[in-house]
Design a protein around this ligand. Structure first.
Ligand SMILES: N[C@@H](CCC(=O)N[C@@H](CS)C(=O)NCC(=O)O)C(=O)O
Ligand SMILES: *[C@@H]1O[C@H](CO)[C@@H](O)[C@H](O)[C@H]1NC(C)=O
Length: 223
């Protein structure tokens, strides 16, 4: 039977881009449907009645939702280019960092760039501490997933690889400098120049513009 793979997404969403990157990496053919979140399609609501959000992957008629869940599903379904280690402890560790990025780092980055002006300084400091933890996690590794190739955490870290820079540029708040976070910066360079992500990532300029329009340029004066 021919595989039928459909992805419902939004171009500027790091969550749907993760799924795109993973499908591209695995060489899976798929149909992409761009959603309008102000006017969600009947199909999206039918496939994701609980969260009503994107991304949704529909594989042979069956929907899977939540980007981290989708990534694991893809990894188990298409085995070439494994993203998660088989070793249970290493795998648990990858899940831990993926959750850390979504539940700690992402809200921290949003708050630092587009949070309340009077809380900015503290929020920037907190985001810096979270970035330091990620810098330490990279340690001597080339990728979050290890030495040889992108893993699950590298794909989830697209919010650092591309969105962080667009957030900084859009808001005028500086979070990452090469002297403070040399390993993260090398990782970011590698992330954006990889042939895999190039094929699936939106252009940085368009993303910055989109974010600035959506959140308004920061009241914060940029340096
Ligand atoms: N935890 C979710 C987050 C997905 C998410 O935040 N999607 C947003 C777009 S970036 C969305 O669809 N929002 C529309 C809505 O919730 O109504 C995941 O990892 O997939
Ligand atoms: C909402 O989407 C439907 C198609 O899915 C389209 O026919 C309709 O014109 C859209 N409404 C608005 C307000 O954009």
């Amino acid at each position: 039977m021919a595989e039928e793979v459909v992805l419902f997404g939004v171009w500027a969403s790091p969550f749907s881009q993760r799924v795109k990157t993973t499908l591209t990496l695995k060489g899976v053919q798929f149909k992409y449907i761009e959603e309008d979140l102000n006017n969600k399609s009947a199909s999206l609501l039918q496939y994701n009645p609980v969260n009503k959000n994107i991304p949704v992957l529909v594989h042979n008629g069956k929907p899977i939702v939540e980007s981290l869940v989708i990534l694991e599903y893809i990894d188990e379904t298409w085995e070439e280019y494994p993203l998660l280690p088989r070793d249970p402890h290493k795998k648990a560790n990858a899940h831990f960092w993926a959750k850390f990025i979504d539940e700690k780092f992402l809200p921290g980055m949003r708050k630092a760039c587009w949070g309340e002006e009077n809380e900015r300084e503290k929020a920037v400091e907190e985001a810096s501490e979270l970035l330091q933890l990620l810098e330490n996690n990279l340690a001597e590794k080339r990728f979050f997933g290890g030495e040889t190739q992108f893993g699950m955490v590298d794909i989830v870290a697209n919010v650092i690889g591309l969105w962080l820079g667009a957030f900084e540029e859009g808001s005028g708040v500086e979070l990452v400098t090469r002297d403070k976070f040399p390993k993260l910066c090398n990782w970011i360079d590698e992330f954006v120049s990889s042939s895999i992500t190039k094929e699936s990532l939106p252009p940085r300029d368009e993303l910055t513009l989109f974010l600035r329009k959506r959140f308004g340029s920061a009241n914060h004066v940029s340096k």
